[in-house]
Design a protein around this ligand. Sequence first.
Ligand SMILES: Cc1ncc(COP(=O)(O)O)c(C=O)c1O
Length: 469
Amino acid sequence: MHRSWSISGIDLLLPFGSDLGRRQGLEQGLRQAIRDGRLPPGARLPSTRVLAHDLGVARGTVSDAYAQLVAEGYLVARQGSGTTVAAGPVLVVETAPASAARTVPRADFRTGTPDLSSFPRTAWMAAARRAVHEAPDDAFGYGDPRGRIELRRALAAYLGRARGVRATPERIVVCNGYTQVLAILCSVLRSQGAGAVAMEDPCIPVHREIVAASGLEIVGVPVDSEGARIDTLAGQRLGAVVVTPAHQFPLGVTMAPSRRSALIRWARSAGAFVIEDDYDGEFRYDRQPVGALQGLDPDRVIYAGTASKTLAPGLRLAWLVIPASLMEPVVQARLVTDRHSGVIDQLTIACLIESGEFDRHVRRMRMQYRRRRDLLVAALAERVPALRPSGIAAGLHALLMLPSEGPSEGQVLAEASARGVALYELGPSWHAPGGHPGGVVIGYATPPQHGFTSALELLVDTFAALYPV
Ligand SMILES: Cc1ncc(COP(=O)(O)O)c(C=O)c1O
């Protein structure tokens, strides 16, 4: 077997049998590559001149092989656009069995995702173009583990103005999502001797898994209508407590001012840190946004924000504002994790923030989500009065606690799924399963804007069938 690369035009790795003549070997190599899908329909082949040079054969050998495959229907030769693989039936590519195909729900209300159809593509492309155009050469090299200075400067200003965070660019560390933030903070806390971290009960199961994977013990903090019960932390030896003060996930309550100050008092007296997960702080509907807890004590509170709700989770970008005492170990942990986040997206977000496009997008989406929330609340009030959404002053989800005498969480999920409606069940969010009231979380931001009305209809029909008036 002989392998050769073309060196100009288009690369083509082409095994061809040396036991056959050159032309036949080339024909067979191409035929096989087309049959098994390595050369897909529409793929352009190198010119005869380039391929002949690369393979060390006469140009006529390549022309003859191409002509033969054109005659067999594998290739198409067009004057001016070269030779391409035909879009014909010759392709035999193994496809995944139908059972492996993911079923797409007709109405997707799983929480966690903003409306991806509203991603600001045009503004993003303009910002990315500008970012790449203006970036100094060194931006494309290995950089500061904290992230690009342009983004840290933009974030310091944005977080101060929009979220009341006390931040300087020096104290910001850009990470690949809150998921990575949590893992890095846990490794730092552990290396500093912490044995346990408190987390709200309920909270996102995967966040518990991240903390547990770091070797830290998890202590549950119950949540009531005023937020996390800080009184339960008294006397506990904890490295930190993880909270979602602006909009508790998943219950949706906002931490009351008295709890916020009690939390800071506890952190100071315990010498512990507060990890503030401000995942959806930009989306508040009924009154002025609740400022970040971090503003109360930047030495005790580690602030974490993310682009996952304001822009898209696929970006995998989040940011930390770190107390001075933790800066060095966090930067070191960031370095050894994966050095730093991709610079082009960082520079693009910096441009979006500085041009005002980020704020414009957030404001536009806030209006859109508020409208969706109002439609959901009105439709349920009219057709399913047994279900009263809560936690709806902010964020992208509503909680529906299920009446104890009605269908269980599992039954609701099953009926919804049978109708093509995907929901998020509350059950797995509790630290200990069982003995909790049933509930479902409605991620009303998830359906695409153009399909929201029909998705809502399907959702409300499902609940109306489960809870007839
Ligand atoms: C409570 C909570 N925190 C944080 C995040 C953001 O995580 P990430 O930045 O890893 O996408 C989410 C996303 O769903 C969330 O629900």
